[in-house]
Design a protein around this ligand. Structure first.
Ligand code: 5GP
Ligand code: MG
Length: 183
C-alpha cells in the first residue's frame, strides 16, 4: 500500500494538529446546542472518529451513505443509506472528507432540510482549490489543497487506501494496475 504513494501531502501529525483546532472551534460554536453529527460514509469515517473524540460536548451521531465517485471520475451524487435518528429541531453538523465540486454537500444538505433541523452546517477535512459550479462553501475546513486526486485517511481509490494514516497522491502506475495485493 505505502509503496503506491508518490507524495505525502498531509502527515498524520499535521492532520492531528488541525483536528485539535477544528474541535476547539466546534466545541465553542455548539456549546449548549442540541447537536447531531451526520457523517458521510465511508470517506469521512476516519476524520469524524478522530475529530469527535476531541469535542467534549453531548451529541448524537448518525451517518448517511453517499457515493459520488467511480474511480477518479465524478458521477451523480447517490444517497445509499439514510438517517436513523430524528433531527427535527436539532443542530446538524455534516462531516465529509473532501469538498471538490460541492455537489455532495449540496445534495445532502437539500435532503436533510426535509427533516426540519434547526440548522445545518458542514465540516470537511479538505477543500480543493478549483472553480466551483455551486455557490455553497463548507462552514468548517481543515485544509485547502491543490486540485489533485488524493487518497488515505478515509479517502479511497476504488475502495482501497482508506486506512493509510496520512493523505497522499498515488503513483500513476498504481492507478493503472490497481492496488498491489501485498499491503
Ligand atoms: P464533490 O461532490 O464535492 O465534487 O465531491 C465530494 C466527494 O468526492 C468526496 O466526498 C469524495 O468522496 C470524492 N472526492 C473528491 N475529490 C477526491 C479526491 O481527491 N480523492 C478521493 N479519494 N475522493 C475524492
Ligand atoms: Mg465521499
Amino acid at each position: 500500500m505505502e509503496q503506491d504513494i508518490d507524495q505525502v501531502i498531509l502527515t498524520a501529525a499535521a492532520i492531528a494538529a488541525r483536528n485539535r483546532e477544528l474541535a476547539a472551534d466546534l466545541a465553542a460554536d455548539y456549546a449548549g446546542r442540541k447537536l447531531t453529527v451526520v457523517v458521510l460514509s465511508n470517506g469521512a469515517l476516519f476524520f469524524a472518529a478522530d475529530l469527535l473524540r476531541l469535542i467534549p460536548l453531548p451529541l448524537q451521531l448518525d451517518s448517511i451513505g453517499v457515493a459520488s465517485y467511480i474511480g477518479e471520475k465524478s458521477e451523480a451524487v447517490e444517497l445509499r443509506s439514510d438517517l436513523k435518528t430524528d433531527v427535527q429541531g436539532r443542530h446538524v453538523l455534516v462531516i465529509d472528507d473532501i469538498f471538490d465540486t460541492g455537489r455532495t454537500l449540496q445534495a445532502v444538505s437539500q435532503h436533510l432540510r426535509k427533516s426540519k433541523p434547526a440548522s445545518i452546517r458542514t465540516c470537511v477535512l479538505l477543500q480543493k482549490e478549483v472553480a466551483r459550479e455551486t455557490s455553497v462553501q463548507p462552514d468548517y475546513r481543515g485544509f485547502a489543497i491543490e486540485n489533485v486526486f488524493v487518497v488515505g485517511y478515509g479517502l479511497d481509490y476504488n475502495e482501497h487506501y482508506r486506512n493509510l494514516p496520512y493523505i497522499g497522491v498515488l503513483k500513476p502506475e498504481a492507478k493503472r494496475t490497481g492496488p498491489r495485493r501485498k499491503q
